[in-house]
Design a protein around this ligand. Sequence first.
Ligand code: ATP
Length: 459
Amino acid sequence: MPATSMDELVSLCKRRGFIFPGSDIYGGLQGTYDYGPLGIELKNNLKAAWWRAMVYERDDVEGLDASILTHRLVLRHSGHEATFTDPMVDCRNCKSRWRADQLKDNKCEKCGSTDLTEPRPFNLMFKTAVGPIAEEGSFAYLRPETAQGIFTNFKNVVDATSRRLPFGIAQIGKAFRNEITPRNFIFRVREFEQMELEFFVQPGTDDEWHSQWVEARLQWWRDQGLLSENLQAYHQAGDELAHYAKATVDILYQFPHGLEELEGIANRTDFDLGSHTRGQADLGLSAKVDPNEDSTAKLTIPHPETQKPLVPFVIEPSAGVDRGVLAILTEAFTKETLENGSERIVLKLKPHLAPIKVAVLPLARNKPEIVEKAKAIKSLLMATGIGRIFYEDTGNIGKGYRRHDEVGTPFCVTVDFDTLGRGDDASLLDTVTVRDRDTMSQVRIHINELASYIRERLV
Ligand code: ATP
């Protein structure tokens, strides 16, 4: 059974070192979270799985890592200065502020008053001073989405790679939004990471590509362990669409706090490349205003048939890394009652996402031969390149198993006196016990077969 309560997840994450509140020792900074020793591994594994699927396994996508600090004009011409807002209301009674479209029955969530101001638009972008003199106009924005860095580098990438339509540019990185009411753990935060692909296509083929990407993305989330029954594709209605979108399909997931957006797949048409081209023309950086008429216009690519300059349409699958981590933790969290009546918490993570792939546990930490053997086994497993192998000599095997169940380690390998040939059965020399996280079954395996046994089950 997946986690049904956010509190259980928050508590596991803190206890085992996945996720901590940001600036915790000073009382926390709302809307920020820090990833701990295991959280960073899980997050990196999720990002690596996305990069593999979106860049390495395809022949039509390139990668990019653009800067977070963004020129004001980029976000003016993208439409974010004018329209990247949420409706905000003030409670006249207790002076708290809320996002109007998230309030139930138009009531203040703190004091229950209905005496609220009229909603007014609140821009979600963070500004920061650039350079040593903070004067009016010397500011830049922290990007509110990674996408704009892709659009502004469109021509650079096309020129450097000679790509032709259809092709995409993928990016993973931080984005910042001054959310009015951050909430639900890492679901809605002010600093988060996105995994975004901008896939450029010929106008007219955009609807077909949009449907294909929705299917591909749903399948990818299933491959990360999310069950179909907890996923839903939601087609946004016209009045819900962002300023740049012709159509958007949200992938919703059944989070502990409700069915909510995990990823959005938008048809952004030629909105962004078109507006940046016009933006440059306005500034005299390119000769003419209509990009499709102008061979010197910047953000174009040859039409696949006519070879005339064309501003392509773009399909954008945009997923939140943090929401992905939350969904995966929710799905993997399992509470089981064992035969002896005790309770076991186990994170049934897909092996490729598990922070630790194998824990190597010496039965006794004060026996140098066992410690040495265990360390040699760690090295042997490391050489397979399957990810993090954890050597842990706390000496208490039972506790070690429970701890590794809770953090989702697929296998524990125990080294004991039999491994050294010192037990009753001499035939056990150079064998170890391998315990499986999900079934809790234990098998005795010769060290020579260990790497292939584990690799077969992990990869
Ligand atoms: P919402 O409607 O929940 O505010 P959005 O539609 O504004 O989200 P997009 O602009 O489509 O979100 O951003 C793409 C993805 O980035 C989202 O699907 C989500 O996974 C992630 N994301 C957006 N805002 C946040 C946030 N404040 N905290 C964490 N992740 C976010």
